[in-house]
Design a protein around this ligand. Structure first.
Ligand code: NAP
Length: 373
């Protein structure tokens, strides 16, 4: 069957290759974890989302092949339909729509207790990213432990399950950490970035009843500003109003969700957070970027204001479930809005070069491959 793969360590090596079709009895990651007897699920791939991570893996910035091989099948944002289940699987059945989590457990205590999303190990095993093959292929097998059901009525948004899990986890982490305050009722949030992560975070914070201001660079109106406003949030162009000016105009935020991919913005956000507030960092910033801030001022304000920085990456099955619940709630509350994030479909695995090219496209909010109908 067809798969889109790279040769890790070799830049621009993305290619289409033929790999054996998986069977229910296969062990997809024998070097990491074993599927217990009867607990495997075979999934037909329907749609796979791609993002900057896939581009960076193709640029050979990171990513490794599973041991003993030279290639890595990429793609970590999965959506498919169950074809076959093992004799001890009760959670899903053939025909169900599903997504599959990304990280597989290593050996740390966190991995052992099911929190592989916060593994204590330096080496992590992620499908389509590091040491485990991904989902840009026609079918895949995994342990039902990592398979998350998507309601049939939400299948048009199923490919957003993984990015939604990232946002749902990050927000939940902030709320959990803020229980330190005993009472925390955030009213105002700034979301920095209006890409897929910023927009899904905007929706989730609106669903929690916050007044949300979502910042990106370009002045509206355009699709990102329209989606933001359709969620009942306010879109702000940082070219027209800086974050600091916005805070002066509307008040300092109790919560900031940072998702611009820009290291300077990560630190500038520290200058505007309100007292007792939480700043969430989700950006993954590659390369080197020196940033100059008034460290003494930030330190003083953060200590005297009891402010909190929460960093968050990845998500386990519970976060996928939370993300899917938020997508469902969002679809009922703001019908048809979230599907506007799905801007650039690619017709089939053969079009892998078009897929890579679209990842450079400024207007592309979400590029995804329609693997099967
Ligand atoms: N933690 C995790 O598990 C996780 C998972 C997935 C992604 N990420 C990271 O999350 C970040 C966002 O991902 P994405 O896919 O949503 O990215 P994206 O599509 O590239 O969106 C980035 C957004 O940030 C805005 N932006 C960039 N620089 C800015 C600046 N200086 N001031 C204000 N806005 C700025 C962009 O504005 P314009 O729209 O005007 O261009 C855009 O709206 C990335 O760093 C990604 O690596 C993290």
């Amino acid at each position: 069957m067809k798969a889109i793969a790279v040769l890790p360590g070799k830049a621009n090596s993305v290619h289409l290759r033929d790999i054996p079709a998986p069977k229910l009895g296969d062990q997809p990651h024998p070097h990491v974890c074993k599927i217990p007897e009867g607990r495997a699920v075979l999934v037909k791939t329907l749609q796979i989302g791609v993002d900057a991570t896939d581009r960076e893996i193709n640029e050979a910035l990171y990513g490794n092949a599973p041991p003993g091989g030279e290639h890595l099948v990429i793609g970590h944002e999965s959506f498919g339909q169950v074809l076959e289940v093992g004799s001890k699987v009760t959670e899903v059945k053939p025909g169900d729509y599903v997504s599959c989590t990304v990280r597989r457990p290593g050996g740390s205590l966190y991995d052992v207790i099911g929190r592989n999303d916060i593994t204590g190990e330096e080496v992590y095993y992620e499908r389509g990213i590091n040491l485990c093959h991904g989902y840009l292929t026609e079918s895949f097998v995994d342990d039902v432990e990592y398979i998350v059901k998507v309601p049939k009525e939400l299948r048009h948004l199923g490919v957003l399950a993984e990015p939604a899990s990232v946002c749902a986890k990050a927000i939940e982490q902030a709320y959990l950490a803020q229980t330190r305050l005993q009472v925390w009722m955030p009213r105002r949030a700034f979301v920095l970035g209006a890409g897929q992560i910023g927009l899904l975070a905007t929706m989730m914070l609106r669903l929690r009843g916050l007044e949300v201001y979502t910042l990106a660079t370009r002045p509206g109106p355009h699709r990102k500003s329209e989606i933001t406003e359709a969620y009942g949030a306010t879109y702000v162009s940082s070219k027209q109003t800086s974050m600091a000016d916005l805070a002066k105009q509307v008040g300092k935020p109790d919560l900031i969700f940072e998702a611009t991919g820009n290291a300077e913005i990560c630190f500038r956000a520290m200058e505007v957070l309100g007292i007792n507030g939480a700043l969430i960092w989700t950006s993954i910033t590659g390369g080197k970027h020196d940033v100059s801030v008034d460290g003494a001022k930030i330190n003083l304000e953060w200590v005297l204001g009891n402010k909190l920085l929460v960093s968050s990456v990845n998500g386990n099955r519970r976060h996928f479930e939370l993300g899917i619940q938020a997508l469902s709630h969002g679809e009922l509350t703001y019908p048809g809005v979230t599907s506007r994030i799905l801007t650039h479909p690619v017709a089939g695995l053969d079009k892998y070069q078009e897929m890579m090219k679209l990842l450079e496209e400024k207007e592309a909010l979400k590029v995804f491959v329609n693997v099967a109908g």
